[in-house]
Design a protein around this ligand. Sequence first.
Ligand SMILES: [Fe+2]
Length: 310
Amino acid sequence: MNLFFDSAADDATRRRELYQGAVFVRSSSPSVSTFCEFARDLTETAFRSHDPRTAHQNMPVERSVELLAKLKPEFIHHPKSKEFVQRILAESGCDLEKTYFDVPRLRTAFPSDYLSSGIAYAFHPHRDTWYSAPFSQINWWLPVYEFSPNNGMALHPQFWDSAVPNNSSTYNYYEWNRTSRLNAANHVKADTRVQPRPQISLEPDPQLRLVFNVGAVMLFSAAQLHSTVPNTCGETRYSIDFRTVNLDDLLNRQGAPNIDSACTGTTLRDYIRASDFTRLPDDVVAVYLDGTEADFTPSPSADLVAVGKA
Ligand SMILES: [Fe+2]
């Protein structure tokens, strides 16, 4: 696995590497820092007098869920959130006319014995491509507060080119939107929603837990197997993630190889152009339709309150 730190590679080179399983970290970026500051302001306003990282110590879990159910959509829908992503992409050398992104999500990983379902879902090992993500999707992940190896996320690169038996064939993105996502805040004690997951017990090690400072951002392919680290450090982790696709790569069918994904539907209707926030042209999306969209009414994830795609 190739790890690039503060690489000077241009965006096309970076995408090619990502599609081969590489991970990129940019250690310092003014636009990322500003976005994190914005997220901290919103979060701290929501939690009022409590430090959001330790608020769970004095707060019933139902109250935390209630706060998150308001905070997360507020963050997603805030007009500034899109502008921050636009700035990050520009600063990262992406062509804003050809780069599309989906709305940024605010994620929380509470201590495992407090809340790890529903609106703070602790993701089991998965590839986003099991959840109808395009194979050219790139994930951008940034911490809002400093974090540790024990409340971050893990990559499982040994599975980059080896298949993991999974039930992604049961997953259809449109169906998921219709039935499961609006209910995320209801899954407080346990998450009963059927999600793609490994069908065998996976050996989690070796696993890669990259830790970096606020202001840094990590990029990895949607085909990379990754998971939420069980939070054993006592502090809640807050992070932001969003995804990008490149128009040329979509048209040319460039992207990571499909090793074991069998889901249907596509998330492509969620993407907006970085330059002007218009949606992907229908003729581009059409290339990725598989017939299951027949019942789909365009109300993409941007309008929903939920854990979002994996
Ligand atoms: Fe994911």
